[in-house]
Design a protein around this ligand. Structure first.
Ligand code: NAP
Ligand code: F7E
Length: 325
């Protein structure tokens, strides 16, 4: 039997962190997680996505805002692979607090890369890039060569993380790559994101626990895939001979309105009766459309999405009906 590989995941308590942990455990990795101190103090609330695997993983408390705390962990574990998923990930919030979004997302990424360079240069590094880097899109379908045009502090922080990752790869020969992932959702998505806001509201309306659903720009279009499919692509990127960046998406685009229409129809309701427009939910600068060209991943990683839009919406609504019953 070969040596057991060690993977360190930042953001392990989040949607992607939980699916990636399950995926790596199945591959027989020893999984380590970097979590905030408060998460360990409030397990029942903050560790809900990973509570079923808590006995199989090892959690370490650290802060993405503290270089010293990150160094300690990386120096101690010397992971074979580091998946840096921890971030202030809610775009709308990044307009309310640009400062903390930029601090956490840019410095956190920089601290990890710098700690790898000085204390564990053989660790392979995955950076969670985002289609928000394309923002005001410069091409109908976006690929690895499309010019970035971020429209929020969140998008800017991800462009900075992407450039830091590239520079550590080129300057210090670190195996570092960025996955430019388009929106991916699941029943574990945070309730503030539009897909889960819709699926949870549909369930509550069907069960008589809520009357209406307030939304902002329902004409925004996104390329929505399933988080479970996307974490496999993260792993595949770190198994390649050389570090490269990859776009991951489905190549299909739907509007927020399409999502709501389908979600309501699944429980036999007409969305038009329940949706209310709330102008406070509009963003100062919006990303209108996003659609991936993931040909490079298809060719080099042999990756493609397994879940289509209808399957995704059905799964989310079904799970939320069970959840709120
Ligand atoms: P998520 O559910 O919001 O999880 C974010 C994780 O980051 C949580 O574990 C959170 O910990 C942690 N975190 C946030 N601020 C932190 C801080 N200051 N210090 C330490 N940890 C902190 O996000 P996700 O959907 O799984 O996404 C994972 C990564 O991919 C993120 O970097 C996101 O920006 C990026 N991304 C996501 C998508 C998508 O569609 N889901 C697409 C492209 C890129 P707590 O539990 O303690 O809050
Ligand atoms: O918004 C519109 C909103 O917050 C999607 C993150 O994972 O994906 C995510 O970012 C769209 C936007 O996700 C509401 O204006 C309308 O156009 O679900 P969202 P996001 O901003 O696309 C990217 C790839 C990431 O990297 C991020 O981390 O929906 N919208 N009405 C609404 N959005 C929300 N949240 N709430 C509404 O009521």
């Amino acid at each position: 039997m070969g040596k057991i590989k060690k993977a360190l995941i930042t953001g392990i308590t989040g949607q992607d962190g939980s699916y990636l942990s399950e995926f790596l455990l199945k591959k027989n990795y020893q999984v380590y997680g970097l979590v905030r101190r408060v998460a360990l103090e409030d397990e029942s609330h903050r560790l809900w996505r990973i509570k079923h695997i808590l006995k199989k993983i090892k959690l370490n408390s650290a802060s993405l805002e503290s270089y010293a705390s990150i160094v300690k962990i990386i120096q101690k574990i010397k992971p074979d692979e580091i998946y840096h998923l921890g971030a202030q990930s809610y775009v709308a919030y990044s307009f309310e607090d640009e400062f903390s979004t930029l601090n956490t997302n840019i410095n956190g990424t920089h601290y990890i890369l710098s700690a790898i360079k000085d204390f564990s240069p053989k660790s392979k590094f995955y950076f969670a890039g985002s289609s928000e880097m394309f923002g005001k899109v410069q091409k109908n379908k976006q690929d690895e060569k499309t010019r970035f045009y971020p429209r929020s502090a969140y998008g800017i922080s991800k462009v900075a993380g992407f450039e830091l990752t590239r520079n550590y790869r080129e300057a210090y020969k670190i195996f570092a790559c960025t996955g430019i992932l388009f929106n991916h959702e699941s029943p574990r998505r945070g309730f503030e994101f539009v897909t889960r806001k819709i699926s949870s509201s549909v369930a509550k309306i069907k069960l008589g626990k809520q009357k209406t659903l307030q939304l902002g720009n329902i004409y925004a279009k996104r390329d929505w895939g399933h988080a479970k499919d996307y974490v496999e692509a993260m792993w595949l990127m770190l198994q390649q001979k050389k570090p490269e960046d990859f776009v991951i998406g489905t190549g299909k685009m739907h509007s927020v309105k399409d999502f709501a229409k389908l979600a309501f129809s699944i429980v036999g309701l007409n969305y038009k009766k329940y949706i209310r427009f709330n102008k406070n939910l509009l963003r100062p600068s919006e990303v209108d459309t996003l659609k991936a060209n993931y040909n490079k991943a298809k060719k080099n990683l042999k990756w493609k999405p397994k879940t289509n839009f209808t399957q995704l919406v059905k799964e989310m609504v079904k799970e939320d009906l069970n959840f709120f019953k």
